[in-house]
Design a protein around this ligand. Structure first.
Ligand code: GUN
Length: 292
């Protein structure tokens, strides 16, 4: 069993981007600039956005953090996005989700200019992804693809089971794994809360992507020998032994599943670390698109 180490792969991605950014600086060119919008004070969102901003700094990208109160009116948020869309110095825009209930996520995402949609959530980005066109790929599935590629994991002809059908992870993941490139060329089964024979389907899987947000859900009896298991779960569960008061738990019962696997991602230290690297890749590519 080999661990797919998100720290190593993410560092590799960041080093590559830093080298490219140093080169831009040396040539007197502008560096990629990411704008992050954070609304309210959700603990997890605060942590994610802080990591995104910190990573920009490490690589040499510019970043702008725009914060709004939980009670912001939708019109104020749309005005802020319009401003960023029209600001030639901004290459990528991300609005950290979830949003407060008075704001329509769908409306806000579709307001971001597709050329600046570094989260890859805009309908244009998803449409391009489905058609196999160059597109901003949502950070989590993109991070998983980078990991599979880094460890040269064979995917062609394999049966991949994706548990979860969210717009952010499961759905784009299933599209990417079925595409006619490497990594890809899998036969993909998408499972979800209404799937009746999940265990039987998982037992047929060469690759399982668990992205349902239920800690410890995927147990050893659901996994065949030598499967590749990718754990997307990052649920905070109360843990009084931790300074923060919580531990991060994945969707996989790692202790019992790992011995059966050929490869497995740990939580923490796996997919979660890759997502920021993937976002940075998208931001770099957005800067290439932006001739501002
Ligand atoms: N909330 C959870 N994951 C994400 C993500 O990838 N992007 C944004 N913007 N918000 C999120």
């Amino acid at each position: 069993m080999q661990i797919l180490d998100g720290k190593i792969v993410a560092q590799h991605v960041k080093n590559e981007l830093k080298t490219k950014t140093d080169l831009l600086k040396a040539e007197g060119k502008r560096v990629p600039h990411l704008a992050a919008i954070l609304i309210g004070s959700n603990g997890a969102s605060e942590t994610y956005v802080a990591s995104k901003v910190k990573t920009c700094h490490e690589i040499g990208f510019k970043s702008s953090l725009i914060r709004f109160d939980e009670n912001i009116a939708e019109s104020d948020l749309t005005a802020a996005i319009e401003r960023l869309n029209n600001d030639e110095d901004i290459d990528g825009i991300l609005v950290q989700l979830p949003l407060p209930q008075q704001i329509s996520e769908e409306k806000i995402i579709s307001l971001i200019h597709p050329d600046k949609d570094v989260d890859g959530f805009h309908p244009v980005s998803i449409g391009k992804l489905v058609q196999g066109l160059p597109a901003f790929i949502p950070a989590t599935p993109y991070g998983i693809m980078l990991m599979l590629e880094h460890y040269k994991i064979e995917t062609s002809g394999k049966h991949a089971v994706v548990i979860g059908r969210s717009n952010i992870v499961g759905r784009p993941m299933s599209i990417l794994l079925s595409q006619n490139t490497y990594p890809g060329n899998c036969t993909v089964t998408v499972c979800h809360s209404r799937t009746t024979n999940l265990k039987e389907i998982c037992l047929q899987a060469d690759i399982i992507v668990a992205a349902l947000g239920k800690p410890g859900f995927l147990t050893a009896d659901m996994v065949k020998e030598n499967a590749v298991v990718i754990d997307v779960g990052i649920t905070r569960v109360p843990d009084t032994t931790k300074k923060s008061g919580f531990a991060i738990k994945g969707d996989v019962d790692f202790e019992n599943v790992a011995p059966k696997c050929s490869y497995i991602t740990p939580v923490p230290g796996g997919v979660g670390l890759m997502t920021i690297g993937a976002l940075m890749m998208n931001t770099y590519n957005a800067a290439l698109l932006n001739k501002g």
